[in-house]
Ligand binder design. Structure first.
Ligand SMILES: C[S@@+](CC[C@H](N)C(=O)[O-])C[C@H]1O[C@@H](n2cnc3c(N)ncnc32)[C@H](O)[C@@H]1O
Length: 294
């Protein structure tokens, strides 16, 4: 029901828990435990009450004798399977975002757009009940999907969450003390001024973009704005491996590309970044470019 570690007896399952039943072929089926209900496939049925009684980590037999492994879903399982409006941030990128923004219990973070709420759930988990997550989404229908997904995952709408429908540029954020800002949208360069307003000095801005052209544009727009440290670009790739006896090799298929992260930090008001000592790479700005001061 919640991603936050909660105190329960070892293996205890509770009504409302989101659970994965994995069949002998390794296919997961996700259900929400509801007393009186049953789960059905062509391999027979299982009563939710039997799952509640058996507990997490057990193997429960369906009516036709197929064994299913019973495990509570992790946030990464949930976000990959949950209903989507907009494309979601993959768990590998969400984990990196939480890490690079240095989020911890009590942190304050603002994100736009909320999309389907996948990143939102990771942010809420990281900042905990003492923290604050402000999510801004321009599309009301997507905001509703995000809200439903967050409620499904946590079992309620966390009090640390505020969801606002509208454009981030017009969000009218009342404070400048956010520790982090995450922009996951087509045109993050339109939001630089709003992000600069929202962040405290040293606060971390992450822009998540899908293409190199977006990456170039947001990087140059940040440099031009001047209120930021030198931007850094990266991507994360996770390659799964086939692991069986001596047949140990990378899997043939992988999610090869999701997006790039552009990471920068807010300078204090009035601070000016020292001039770069390194010359731009040849051709980086086209043939007509003359470095400043020459
Ligand atoms: C790729 S989705 C975000 C997915 C989300 N991070 C997740 O993990 O589920 C991009 C969203 O940004 C929203 N959007 C685009 N520009 C925006 C803006 N300026 N302010 C607020 N939301 C915006 C879009 O409506 C869309 O829902």
């Amino acid at each position: 029901m919640t991603s936050l570690p909660d105190r329960r007896a070892p293996g205890e399952l509770r009504p409302g828990d989101i659970v994965q039943l994995t069949d002998p072929k390794g296919r997961p089926h996700t259900i929400t435990l509801t007393p009186g209900r049953s789960f059905h496939t062509h391999k027979g049925g299982i009563n939710h009450d039997d799952l509640l009684a058996a507990g997490e980590g057990s193997v429960v037999m369906s009516t036709n004798g197929t064994g299913y492994v019973v495990l509570r879903s992790r946030l990464e399982d949930f976000t990959l399977g949950m209903p989507r409006g907009a494309a979601v941030i993959y768990p590998k990128d969400a984990a990196r975002i939480v890490n690079t923004t240095n989020l911890a219990a009590g942190s304050r973070v603002v994100e736009a757009g909320a999309g389907s709420g996948a990143l939102t759930a990771h942010l809420l988990t990281a900042v905990g009940d003492q923290g604050h997550v402000r999510s801004i989404e321009r599309r009301a229908d997507f905001a509703e999907i995000a809200s439903d997904n967050v409620r499904s995952w946590f079992g309620h709408l966390p009090p640390s969450w505020e969801l606002q429908v509208g454009d981030f540029q017009d969000a009218n954020l009342e404070s400048k003390d956010f520790d982090a800002c995450v922009l996951d949208m087509l045109a993050p360069w339109e939001c630089i001024e709003a992000a600069a307003w929202a962040l405290r000095p040293g606060g971390v801005l992450v822009a998540y973009v899908a293409t190199t052209t977006q990456l170039s544009r947001i990087g140059e727009a940040l440099r031009e704005h001047g209120g930021w440290t030198e931007p850094r670009a990266e991507e994360s790739m996770v390659r799964t491996w086939h692991l069986e006896g001596l047949s140990v090799r990378p899997d043939h298929r992988m999610v090869a590309h999701t997006g790039f992260l552009l990471i920068t930090r807010r300078l204090a008001p009035g601070a000016v970044l020292p001039a770069r000592r390194t010359r731009p790479a040849k051709g980086a700005y086209g043939e007509d470019y003359t470095p400043a001061g020459t």
